[in-house]
Design a protein around this ligand. Structure first.
Ligand code: GGG
Length: 361
């Protein structure tokens, strides 16, 4: 009987409201599935911590986190108090990079009952996964800003694409297409007509890696065409692989076609399991609604489900996904983003009640 130790970082804004619902669901499934044992330790890192200590997390934070099996993360950002580039670069990006969580897996799956803004599209049409390169590319933190404030001031931000980084994320995408065993198709997304070094390099590595997977179809789009096709024909996608920035942007679009930002989960995986992986919603801290208790916790609950799946707890993960899908299909408990009047905690309670109902059958 394995015990999984989970580091919990609610972070900022609605992260502090959705994480308790995720934990509520995890605790409920733990009561139901024999042998499932999860232990949690919560860390108060984020913008409040920054305002007290001058850093988003303590100096030894990564050493502390390294001792856990997984990290369950809420959200980061409180731009009224601290600029976003400080909060993001002080918390979530160093965790992703240090722990080599290079494969950011973001399902774009429309559950029956979820509100899809695309006319005529059904859950059968919207079922793909975006694999985001999570450690380099446009978020590599390479650049400089000189002569600040002077007329000759200049800033340079460089995207970094390494052969090792491209190969590993592409291999991951092809393996995922095999594992999903649906369309067996990987679509690479770049802007290599305009970005003629890094992205042409990405394209050439994609062709090399694709040649090693003859059983998986490989194709490629420019990012502008991909954005259009996410809306026009989402059914053509199975596994999408893209750089850090492009996949970050496209997965907000993906979230909207699967029902809204409140639905979209995200797993930052270290596939080799050398370090802990981190699970969070795609959405951010939503300062506009923080503290009101009305945020939709589905994405964070779904991220908790992905965490259990990655930890090898297949039965518990399957139960959460089933309960979540039932909750969405019933549509009786809805936060305001879905046109309802329920509260964040009502959604957590509803999913826990369905988990218990389904366990009793
Ligand atoms: N729960 C995710 C979160 O807080 N995201 C804030 C954000 O903007 N992140 C950018 C990124 O995911 O790279």
């Amino acid at each position: 009987m394995a015990t999984h130790r989970i580091a919990v970082i609610p972070g900022d804004g609605i992260g502090q409201e959705v994480i308790p619902e995720g934990l509520k669901v995890l605790r409920t499934v733990q009561e139901i599935v024999p042998g499932l044992h999860l232990e949690y330790e919560e860390f108060p890192w984020g913008t409040d911590y920054y305002l007290q200590h001058g850093v988003m997390m303590p100096e030894n934070a990564l050493q502390i986190l390294a001792t856990f099996d997984a990290i369950y993360f809420g959200a980061v950002g409180d731009p009224q108090r601290v600029p976003d580039h400080i909060t993001l670069n002080g918390l979530i990006l160093p965790i992703r990079k240090h722990f080599q969580q290079y494969a950011c897996v973001r399902p774009v799956q429309l559950l029956p009952g979820a509100p899809c803004p695309l006319v005529g599209k059904t859950p059968a049409d919207i079922d793909f996964v975006v694999v985001r390169e999570n450690t380099e590319g446009e978020y590599a933190d390479a650049g400089g800003w000189i002569h600040r404030g002077a007329p000759q001031e200049v800033a340079i931000q460089t995207a970094i694409f390494t052969r090792a980084g491209c190969e590993r994320i592409m291999r991951f995408a092809f393996e995922l297409a095999r594992k999903r065993n649906k369309k067996r198709r990987v679509t690479s997304i770049t802007k290599s007509n305009a970005q003629k070094y890094g992205m042409v390099f990405w394209d050439s590595i994609f062709r090399e890696v694709a040649a090693r997977y003859p059983d998986v179809e490989a194709n490629a789009y420019l990012v502008d065409a991909a954005a259009m096709n996410f809306i026009r024909c989402p059914e053509v996608f199975d596994v999408v692989v893209a750089s850090n920035l492009f996949a970050d942007i496209l997965t907000d679009l993906g979230a909207v076609i699967m029902g809204g930002m409140g639905f979209a989960p995200s797993a930052n995986l270290n596939p080799e399991r050398t370090y802990p992986s981190m699970f969070e919603a795609v959405h951010g801290s939503a300062p506009d609604i923080k503290g009101q208790g009305i945020a939709n916790p589905i994405a964070t609950i779904w991220a908790g489900q992905m965490m259990l799946d990655f930890l090898g707890e297949a039965e518990a993960a399957a139960r959460i996904l089933r309960a979540l899908a039932t909750h969405v299909q019933r549509g009786t408990v809805r936060t305001p983003d879905l046109g309802g009047h329920h509260r964040t905690s009502d959604v957590g309670d509803s999913i826990c009640a369905i988990l218990r109902e389904q366990a009793a059958i």
